[in-house]
Ligand binder design. Structure first.
Ligand code: PMP
Length: 360
Protein backbone atom coordinates (compact mmCIF):
# COMPACT_ATOMS: atom_id res chain seq x y z
CA UNK A 1 0.00 0.00 0.00
CA UNK A 2 2.92 2.33 0.75
CA UNK A 3 4.26 1.79 -2.77
CA UNK A 4 0.86 2.16 -4.37
CA UNK A 5 0.19 5.47 -2.60
CA UNK A 6 3.72 6.85 -2.69
CA UNK A 7 3.86 6.91 1.12
CA UNK A 8 7.00 7.13 3.22
CA UNK A 9 7.39 3.56 4.37
CA UNK A 10 7.94 3.34 8.13
CA UNK A 11 5.99 0.11 8.28
CA UNK A 12 8.20 -2.90 7.59
CA UNK A 13 11.34 -3.39 9.66
CA UNK A 14 14.09 -2.85 7.15
CA UNK A 15 16.73 -0.11 7.07
CA UNK A 16 16.90 2.32 4.13
CA UNK A 17 20.56 3.23 4.66
CA UNK A 18 23.57 1.44 3.16
CA UNK A 19 25.27 -1.72 4.35
CA UNK A 20 28.95 -1.37 5.30
CA UNK A 21 31.17 -1.10 2.22
CA UNK A 22 33.77 -3.21 4.01
CA UNK A 23 31.30 -6.03 4.47
CA UNK A 24 30.20 -5.85 0.84
CA UNK A 25 33.85 -5.91 -0.26
CA UNK A 26 34.45 -8.98 1.90
CA UNK A 27 31.60 -10.84 0.23
CA UNK A 28 32.92 -9.84 -3.17
CA UNK A 29 36.41 -10.99 -2.21
CA UNK A 30 35.08 -14.39 -1.16
CA UNK A 31 33.06 -14.82 -4.33
CA UNK A 32 36.09 -13.90 -6.45
CA UNK A 33 38.19 -16.38 -4.48
CA UNK A 34 35.82 -19.12 -5.60
CA UNK A 35 33.83 -19.68 -2.42
CA UNK A 36 30.57 -20.14 -4.27
CA UNK A 37 29.56 -23.73 -3.56
CA UNK A 38 27.56 -25.33 -0.75
CA UNK A 39 28.65 -24.56 2.78
CA UNK A 40 28.64 -27.39 5.33
CA UNK A 41 25.15 -28.13 6.66
CA UNK A 42 25.62 -26.52 10.13
CA UNK A 43 27.48 -23.49 8.70
CA UNK A 44 31.10 -22.71 7.86
CA UNK A 45 33.39 -23.65 10.77
CA UNK A 46 35.14 -20.27 10.70
CA UNK A 47 31.87 -18.37 11.25
CA UNK A 48 30.72 -20.75 13.99
CA UNK A 49 34.07 -20.28 15.74
CA UNK A 50 33.76 -16.50 15.68
CA UNK A 51 30.19 -16.73 16.97
CA UNK A 52 31.37 -18.86 19.89
CA UNK A 53 33.87 -16.12 20.76
CA UNK A 54 31.20 -13.42 20.48
CA UNK A 55 28.87 -15.45 22.73
CA UNK A 56 31.67 -15.87 25.26
CA UNK A 57 32.51 -12.16 25.24
CA UNK A 58 28.91 -10.97 25.26
CA UNK A 59 27.21 -13.41 27.62
CA UNK A 60 30.08 -15.19 29.37
CA UNK A 61 28.87 -18.56 28.13
CA UNK A 62 31.25 -21.08 26.62
CA UNK A 63 29.70 -22.84 23.65
CA UNK A 64 31.16 -25.50 21.42
CA UNK A 65 31.01 -24.21 17.82
CA UNK A 66 31.02 -27.77 16.47
CA UNK A 67 27.95 -28.93 18.34
CA UNK A 68 26.07 -25.90 19.66
CA UNK A 69 26.01 -23.26 16.89
CA UNK A 70 24.05 -23.61 13.62
CA UNK A 71 23.88 -21.05 10.81
CA UNK A 72 20.36 -20.64 9.44
CA UNK A 73 18.66 -18.80 6.57
CA UNK A 74 17.75 -15.86 8.79
CA UNK A 75 16.25 -16.08 12.25
CA UNK A 76 12.97 -17.14 10.66
CA UNK A 77 14.43 -20.41 9.48
CA UNK A 78 16.09 -20.88 12.86
CA UNK A 79 12.70 -20.47 14.53
CA UNK A 80 11.02 -22.82 12.08
CA UNK A 81 13.72 -25.52 12.27
CA UNK A 82 13.70 -25.34 16.07
CA UNK A 83 9.94 -25.76 16.26
CA UNK A 84 9.90 -28.47 13.58
CA UNK A 85 12.52 -30.39 15.55
CA UNK A 86 11.16 -29.98 19.05
CA UNK A 87 7.41 -29.40 18.97
CA UNK A 88 5.33 -32.52 18.43
CA UNK A 89 1.65 -32.89 17.54
CA UNK A 90 -0.61 -31.58 20.35
CA UNK A 91 2.30 -29.94 22.20
CA UNK A 92 1.40 -26.53 23.59
CA UNK A 93 3.62 -23.52 22.96
CA UNK A 94 3.18 -20.32 24.95
CA UNK A 95 3.44 -17.25 22.73
CA UNK A 96 3.25 -13.68 24.01
CA UNK A 97 1.19 -11.39 21.81
CA UNK A 98 1.86 -9.03 20.17
CA UNK A 99 4.20 -11.50 18.47
CA UNK A 100 6.35 -11.75 15.34
CA UNK A 101 4.19 -13.19 12.63
CA UNK A 102 6.05 -16.45 11.98
CA UNK A 103 5.70 -17.87 15.50
CA UNK A 104 2.15 -19.22 15.53
CA UNK A 105 2.13 -20.51 11.91
CA UNK A 106 5.40 -22.39 12.57
CA UNK A 107 3.84 -24.06 15.61
CA UNK A 108 0.61 -24.90 13.77
CA UNK A 109 2.40 -26.26 10.68
CA UNK A 110 4.20 -28.69 12.95
CA UNK A 111 1.03 -29.89 14.66
CA UNK A 112 1.51 -27.90 17.86
CA UNK A 113 -0.98 -25.69 19.62
CA UNK A 114 -0.15 -22.02 20.21
CA UNK A 115 -1.32 -20.69 23.57
CA UNK A 116 -1.49 -16.92 23.15
CA UNK A 117 -1.04 -14.69 26.20
CA UNK A 118 -1.54 -10.96 25.69
CA UNK A 119 0.92 -8.30 26.80
CA UNK A 120 -0.58 -4.89 27.46
CA UNK A 121 0.52 -1.32 26.82
CA UNK A 122 2.22 0.83 27.92
CA UNK A 123 5.04 -1.43 29.15
CA UNK A 124 4.08 -4.87 27.70
CA UNK A 125 5.40 -6.71 30.76
CA UNK A 126 4.99 -10.46 31.11
CA UNK A 127 2.61 -11.52 33.90
CA UNK A 128 4.46 -14.61 35.11
CA UNK A 129 1.61 -15.67 37.42
CA UNK A 130 -0.61 -15.82 34.36
CA UNK A 131 2.06 -17.87 32.58
CA UNK A 132 2.19 -20.33 35.49
CA UNK A 133 -1.59 -20.67 35.43
CA UNK A 134 -1.50 -21.63 31.72
CA UNK A 135 1.07 -24.41 32.06
CA UNK A 136 -0.29 -27.91 31.49
CA UNK A 137 1.27 -31.35 31.11
CA UNK A 138 1.36 -30.60 27.36
CA UNK A 139 3.32 -27.34 27.59
CA UNK A 140 6.44 -28.01 25.56
CA UNK A 141 7.88 -24.58 24.85
CA UNK A 142 7.75 -20.91 25.86
CA UNK A 143 8.77 -18.39 23.19
CA UNK A 144 10.21 -15.08 24.31
CA UNK A 145 11.54 -12.14 22.34
CA UNK A 146 13.78 -9.48 23.86
CA UNK A 147 14.19 -6.68 22.82
CA UNK A 148 10.63 -7.10 21.68
CA UNK A 149 9.13 -6.47 18.27
CA UNK A 150 6.72 -4.65 17.99
CA UNK A 151 6.57 -3.04 21.44
CA UNK A 152 10.21 -2.03 22.05
CA UNK A 153 10.03 -3.56 25.55
CA UNK A 154 12.98 -5.49 27.00
CA UNK A 155 13.02 -8.26 29.58
CA UNK A 156 14.74 -7.65 32.92
CA UNK A 157 16.99 -9.94 34.94
CA UNK A 158 14.05 -10.75 37.22
CA UNK A 159 12.02 -11.95 34.18
CA UNK A 160 14.78 -14.32 33.14
CA UNK A 161 15.16 -15.66 36.67
CA UNK A 162 11.45 -16.37 36.94
CA UNK A 163 11.47 -17.96 33.50
CA UNK A 164 14.40 -20.11 34.54
CA UNK A 165 12.50 -21.38 37.60
CA UNK A 166 9.40 -22.16 35.53
CA UNK A 167 11.32 -23.86 32.73
CA UNK A 168 13.27 -26.05 35.11
CA UNK A 169 10.32 -26.93 37.34
CA UNK A 170 8.17 -28.03 34.40
CA UNK A 171 10.85 -29.26 31.97
CA UNK A 172 9.88 -26.68 29.37
CA UNK A 173 12.09 -25.64 26.46
CA UNK A 174 12.58 -21.91 25.86
CA UNK A 175 12.92 -20.46 22.37
CA UNK A 176 14.48 -17.05 22.83
CA UNK A 177 14.29 -14.75 19.82
CA UNK A 178 17.13 -12.29 20.34
CA UNK A 179 17.44 -10.78 16.87
CA UNK A 180 17.59 -7.25 18.34
CA UNK A 181 20.26 -8.17 20.93
CA UNK A 182 22.46 -5.22 19.87
CA UNK A 183 19.69 -2.67 19.46
CA UNK A 184 19.16 -1.84 23.11
CA UNK A 185 19.26 1.61 24.68
CA UNK A 186 20.31 3.62 27.71
CA UNK A 187 23.13 1.30 28.78
CA UNK A 188 20.80 -1.58 29.55
CA UNK A 189 22.25 -5.06 29.49
CA UNK A 190 20.66 -7.43 26.98
CA UNK A 191 19.19 -10.30 28.98
CA UNK A 192 20.07 -13.27 26.82
CA UNK A 193 19.02 -16.72 28.01
CA UNK A 194 22.70 -17.54 27.45
CA UNK A 195 23.62 -15.52 30.56
CA UNK A 196 21.76 -17.99 32.79
CA UNK A 197 23.56 -21.35 32.86
CA UNK A 198 20.63 -23.48 34.03
CA UNK A 199 18.18 -21.78 31.68
CA UNK A 200 20.61 -22.02 28.77
CA UNK A 201 20.64 -25.80 29.19
CA UNK A 202 16.99 -25.82 28.12
CA UNK A 203 17.02 -22.93 25.65
CA UNK A 204 17.62 -22.08 22.03
CA UNK A 205 18.79 -18.51 21.45
CA UNK A 206 18.20 -17.22 17.93
CA UNK A 207 20.01 -14.32 16.27
CA UNK A 208 19.99 -12.51 12.92
CA UNK A 209 22.83 -10.84 11.03
CA UNK A 210 20.16 -9.13 8.96
CA UNK A 211 19.23 -7.00 11.97
CA UNK A 212 22.75 -6.50 13.26
CA UNK A 213 24.32 -5.44 9.97
CA UNK A 214 21.36 -3.67 8.31
CA UNK A 215 21.18 -6.38 5.66
CA UNK A 216 17.79 -8.02 6.09
CA UNK A 217 17.89 -9.25 2.47
CA UNK A 218 20.84 -11.53 3.13
CA UNK A 219 18.73 -13.77 5.37
CA UNK A 220 21.53 -15.10 7.54
CA UNK A 221 21.09 -15.94 11.21
CA UNK A 222 22.04 -18.60 13.75
CA UNK A 223 20.90 -20.66 16.67
CA UNK A 224 22.84 -21.33 19.87
CA UNK A 225 21.63 -24.31 21.88
CA UNK A 226 23.07 -27.16 23.93
CA UNK A 227 24.27 -30.17 21.96
CA UNK A 228 21.21 -32.36 22.62
CA UNK A 229 18.89 -29.66 21.25
CA UNK A 230 21.20 -28.59 18.41
CA UNK A 231 21.40 -32.20 17.18
CA UNK A 232 17.61 -32.20 16.78
CA UNK A 233 17.45 -28.72 15.21
CA UNK A 234 20.02 -29.75 12.61
CA UNK A 235 17.87 -32.73 11.59
CA UNK A 236 15.16 -30.25 10.58
CA UNK A 237 17.54 -27.59 9.22
CA UNK A 238 19.14 -30.23 6.96
CA UNK A 239 15.89 -30.71 5.04
CA UNK A 240 14.43 -27.21 5.29
CA UNK A 241 17.35 -25.53 3.57
CA UNK A 242 20.42 -27.81 4.01
CA UNK A 243 22.91 -24.93 4.19
CA UNK A 244 23.24 -21.16 3.97
CA UNK A 245 25.10 -19.20 1.30
CA UNK A 246 28.85 -19.49 1.56
CA UNK A 247 30.40 -16.10 0.65
CA UNK A 248 28.16 -14.22 3.08
CA UNK A 249 29.13 -16.58 5.90
CA UNK A 250 32.84 -16.20 5.19
CA UNK A 251 32.55 -12.42 4.98
CA UNK A 252 30.57 -12.25 8.21
CA UNK A 253 33.20 -14.32 10.00
CA UNK A 254 35.87 -11.77 9.15
CA UNK A 255 33.67 -8.75 9.85
CA UNK A 256 32.41 -10.11 13.16
CA UNK A 257 35.95 -10.66 14.38
CA UNK A 258 36.15 -6.91 14.96
CA UNK A 259 33.84 -5.97 17.86
CA UNK A 260 33.87 -2.33 16.71
CA UNK A 261 31.64 -3.45 13.86
CA UNK A 262 28.71 -4.16 16.19
CA UNK A 263 29.28 -2.60 19.60
CA UNK A 264 28.24 0.85 18.35
CA UNK A 265 24.76 -0.29 17.30
CA UNK A 266 22.91 0.58 20.52
CA UNK A 267 23.97 4.22 20.45
CA UNK A 268 23.54 4.41 16.66
CA UNK A 269 19.89 3.38 16.86
CA UNK A 270 19.24 5.30 20.08
CA UNK A 271 20.17 8.45 18.14
CA UNK A 272 17.72 7.47 15.43
CA UNK A 273 14.99 6.84 18.00
CA UNK A 274 15.62 10.23 19.59
CA UNK A 275 15.69 11.92 16.20
CA UNK A 276 12.33 10.39 15.32
CA UNK A 277 10.87 11.35 18.73
CA UNK A 278 12.08 14.90 18.16
CA UNK A 279 10.36 14.91 14.80
CA UNK A 280 6.97 14.04 16.25
CA UNK A 281 7.31 16.35 19.27
CA UNK A 282 4.46 18.81 19.42
CA UNK A 283 2.05 16.43 17.65
CA UNK A 284 -0.76 14.62 19.43
CA UNK A 285 0.90 11.26 18.84
CA UNK A 286 1.96 9.92 22.25
CA UNK A 287 5.10 7.76 22.15
CA UNK A 288 5.26 4.69 24.37
CA UNK A 289 8.54 3.67 26.05
CA UNK A 290 11.01 2.21 23.54
CA UNK A 291 13.94 0.50 25.27
CA UNK A 292 15.19 -1.55 22.33
CA UNK A 293 14.56 -2.59 18.67
CA UNK A 294 14.15 -0.08 15.87
CA UNK A 295 10.43 0.36 16.35
CA UNK A 296 8.61 3.20 18.06
CA UNK A 297 5.03 2.56 19.13
CA UNK A 298 2.78 5.62 19.37
CA UNK A 299 -0.73 6.05 20.68
CA UNK A 300 -3.12 8.09 18.55
CA UNK A 301 -5.79 8.09 21.25
CA UNK A 302 -5.79 11.88 21.29
CA UNK A 303 -6.23 12.09 17.50
CA UNK A 304 -8.82 9.59 16.33
CA UNK A 305 -11.23 6.88 17.44
CA UNK A 306 -10.57 4.84 14.28
CA UNK A 307 -9.49 1.21 14.59
CA UNK A 308 -5.76 0.64 14.25
CA UNK A 309 -6.13 -0.96 10.81
CA UNK A 310 -8.31 1.91 9.58
CA UNK A 311 -5.95 4.48 11.03
CA UNK A 312 -2.89 2.89 9.40
CA UNK A 313 -4.73 2.65 6.06
CA UNK A 314 -5.92 6.24 6.26
CA UNK A 315 -2.46 7.53 7.21
CA UNK A 316 -0.91 5.66 4.28
CA UNK A 317 -3.49 6.64 1.69
CA UNK A 318 -4.30 10.20 2.73
CA UNK A 319 -1.20 11.39 4.60
CA UNK A 320 1.48 9.29 2.89
CA UNK A 321 3.17 7.80 5.93
CA UNK A 322 2.90 4.03 6.32
CA UNK A 323 2.97 2.32 9.71
CA UNK A 324 1.81 -1.03 11.11
CA UNK A 325 -1.22 -1.42 13.37
CA UNK A 326 -0.29 -3.34 16.53
CA UNK A 327 -3.52 -5.35 16.33
CA UNK A 328 -2.07 -7.50 13.53
CA UNK A 329 0.43 -8.92 16.00
CA UNK A 330 -2.34 -10.15 18.31
CA UNK A 331 -4.24 -13.37 17.64
CA UNK A 332 -7.37 -11.75 19.10
CA UNK A 333 -6.66 -8.51 17.16
CA UNK A 334 -6.56 -6.45 20.39
CA UNK A 335 -6.97 -2.82 19.44
CA UNK A 336 -5.37 -0.21 21.71
CA UNK A 337 -5.09 2.65 19.20
CA UNK A 338 -1.40 2.01 18.66
CA UNK A 339 0.77 2.19 15.55
CA UNK A 340 4.33 0.97 15.08
CA UNK A 341 6.80 3.16 13.19
CA UNK A 342 10.18 1.80 12.07
CA UNK A 343 12.96 4.35 12.67
CA UNK A 344 15.74 2.33 11.00
CA UNK A 345 15.73 4.96 8.28
CA UNK A 346 17.94 7.80 7.12
CA UNK A 347 17.45 11.14 8.91
CA UNK A 348 16.14 12.51 5.63
CA UNK A 349 13.37 9.90 5.52
CA UNK A 350 12.54 10.43 9.21
CA UNK A 351 12.48 14.22 8.77
CA UNK A 352 10.07 13.92 5.83
CA UNK A 353 7.80 11.69 7.89
CA UNK A 354 8.10 14.13 10.80
CA UNK A 355 6.88 17.04 8.69
CA UNK A 356 3.67 15.12 8.08
CA UNK A 357 3.23 13.63 11.54
CA UNK A 358 3.74 16.96 13.32
CA UNK A 359 0.55 18.25 11.74
CA UNK A 360 -1.53 15.92 13.87
N1 PMP B 1 12.16 -12.24 14.97
C1 PMP B 1 11.74 -10.98 15.07
C2 PMP B 1 11.19 -10.51 16.37
C3 PMP B 1 11.82 -10.12 13.98
O1 PMP B 1 11.40 -8.87 14.09
C4 PMP B 1 12.33 -10.60 12.76
C5 PMP B 1 12.43 -9.74 11.53
N2 PMP B 1 11.39 -8.87 11.31
C6 PMP B 1 12.76 -11.93 12.70
C7 PMP B 1 12.66 -12.73 13.82
C8 PMP B 1 13.28 -12.52 11.43
O2 PMP B 1 14.63 -12.33 11.22
P1 PMP B 1 15.29 -12.77 9.83
O3 PMP B 1 15.04 -11.66 8.86
O4 PMP B 1 16.73 -12.95 10.16
O5 PMP B 1 14.64 -14.03 9.40
Amino acid sequence: MALEHGAINLSQGFPDFPVSETLIALIHKNMKAGHNQYAPMPGTPILRNVIATVVQNSFQRTVNPETEVTITAGATEGIFATIAALVHPQDEVIIFDPSYDSYAPSVILNGGKPVHLNLHPPDFRIDWDLVKSKITSRTRMIMINTPHNPSGAVLAESDLKTLEEIAIQHGIIVLSDEVYERIIFQDQVHQSVLRYPALAEQSIAIFSFGKTFHATGWKTGYTVAPEYLTAEIRKAHQFVTFSVNTPVQLALAEYLSNAENYLYLGSFFQKKRDFFLDQIKGSSFRPLPCLGTYFQVVSYDGISKKSEADMATWMTQEHKVASIPLSVFYKDKSDNRLLRFCFAKSEETLAHAGEILRKF
